[in-house]
Design a protein around this ligand. Structure first.
Ligand code: UDX
Length: 443
């Protein structure tokens, strides 16, 4: 099948590559010439396990091509997949300018029937907006050409995007036209083999499904973070509580890990956007705004513990920081808790020696040569002359450090762990003071 993908960001590139992998003829279009030039040389703009090899291979076989030529892009695919960004506006609502501009481009160039497949996370009602903008653009051209608009949200997790695409939990197809449902079903046949994964519904419900899924997951996390803070006040251990409640099938073990807050490109943006949508409709979404507030507060929890431990005397102190990306297996630092912590420490006069297996280049891009921030090449380099260690991302390499070495290296022999990675008894035995989330301090 012939498929055009608009936007070669995270979602677009993964979608295009996976569709090419199963034998489709995919053309990816982006307005960024530099990005397209690099992709044509096999250089990919993001880190995602397995993606680079897949892009190269499919590119070599000619199944995956890249262009900036809009006319060529619209001519190519029966399916015109929209995977451009929807960044938050100042008021939290999703900025639709890129989605609408792609819709206009399609309508300006199309000469025959097209299916516009919306993969970007967009507010409920966007498919209708896309439809009327396209109708108007076609009418202005004096063209009478049929098209359909489908909402087909993605549920990719960074770090696991390829397997999420290849073996999805569900494929949501939102359309009000049965003809399009059939076309989309055909497109997804290779990903729907072992059991039925396709869930067809109306457009607005599909658009809301994406927000509902992310908001539910974010709610689980904020709920656990709230309880973790409460557990600290009560002298209880949230890890035992987590085990206790996760065993209930109705609750489950997924997404109930307390920590120093959720980050990334989706949860913060989507919770805000859904809250904003509600507000615009005159409905106060109490739970959503609490989820967001709890998370914002949680990103400051480690700093508060550090501040308290050192009685506010942070000037001149050196902190080793393990982890910069918002989660493991990605170099993405958008809304990462690490940023809140490192900025607070530096503002308080401390130096931060940070290490991350993948996000150092991204940190350099964001912070340049920010005073007080030293980017280190290894986790042990980050520990040199440090007073304390802070862990904010649960990269595997951080799971089992040599605690005796840590005790020798750290001037204050104290560890602040935002991901509850360690067994308090082990650190205690090594002579380390250990702060984590929702568990009693051990020393
Ligand atoms: C998320 C959704 O999972 C995905 O379906 C959607 O398409 C995009 O948004 P992603 O942003 O890649 O994916 O990250 P995810 O793995 O969901 O983690 C989000 C954040 O929640 C991370 O900061 C993570 O550390 C945090 N988290 C996750 C917790 O704090 N506790 C948990 O129990 C789980």
């Amino acid at each position: 099948m012939k498929i055009t993908i608009f936007g070669t960001g995270y979602v677009g590139l993964v979608t295009g590559t996976c569709l090419a992998e199963v034998g489709n003829d995919v053309l990816c279009m982006d307005i960024d010439q530099q990005k397209i030039d690099k992709l044509n040389q096999g250089i990919i703009p993001i880190y995602e396990p397995g993606l680079e090899e897949m892009v190269k291979e499919n590119h070599q076989f000619g199944r995956l091509r890249f262009t900036t030529d809009a006319k060529m892009a619209v001519d190519h695919g029966l399916f015109q997949v929209v995977a451009v960004g929807t960044p938050p506006d100042e008021d939290g609502s999703a900025d639709l300018q890129y989605v609408l501009s792609v819709a206009k481009t399609i309508a300006e160039h199309m000469t025959e029937y097209r299916v516009v497949v919306d993969k970007s996370t967009v507010p409920v009602g966007t498919a209708d907006k896309v439809k009327s903008l396209m109708q108007k653009t076609l009418a202005d051209r004096g063209a009478d050409i049929e098209f359909d608009v489908v909402s087909n949200p993605e549920f990719l997790k960074e770090g696991a995007a390829i397997s999420d695409f290849m073996k999805p939990d569900r494929i949501i197809i939102g359309t009000d036209n049965p003809r399009t449902t059939e076309l989309l079903k055909a497109l997804y046949t290779p990903f729907n083999r072992s059991h039925e994964r396709i869930i067809a519904m109306d457009v607005r419900s599909a658009e809301l499904t994406k927000y509902a899924a992310n908001a539910m997951l974010a709610t689980k996390i904020s709920f656990m973070n709230e309880l973790a803070n409460l557990a600290e006040h009560l002298g209880a251990d949230i890890e035992q509580v987590r085990n206790g409640i996760g065993s209930d099938g109705r609750i489950g073990y997924h997404f109930i890990y307390p920590g120093c807050g959720y980050g990334g490109s989706c949860f913060p943006k989507d919770v805000k956007a859904l809250e904003r949508t509600a507000k615009d409709l005159g409905y106060q979404a109490e739970l959503l705004s609490a989820v967001e507030r709890v998370n914002d507060r949680q990103k400051h929890v480690l700093f508060r513990k550090i501040h308290q431990h050192f009685n506010g005397q942070l000037k001149g102190k050196i902190f080793a920081l393990w982890g910069l990306s918002f989660k493991p297996k990605t170099d993405d630092m958008r809304e990462a808790p690490s940023r809140v912590l490192l900025e607070a420490l530096i503002d308080a006069g401390a130096t931060v020696q940070a290490f991350d297996p993948e996000a150092l280049a991204e940190a350099k891009r964001i912070y340049g040569s920010k005073a007080g921030l030293v980017l280190c090449k290894s986790q042990s380099e980050a520990l040199e002359n440090a007073d304390a260690l802070c862990v904010v991302t649960e990269w595997k390499n951080f799971w089992s450090p040599d605690f005796a070495q840590l005790k020798l290296k750290l001037k204050e022999a104290v560890v602040f762990d935002g991901r509850n990675l360690y067994e308090p008894k082990q650190l205690k035995a090594a002579g380390l003071t250990y702060y984590c989330i929702g568990r009693p301090v051990s020393h």
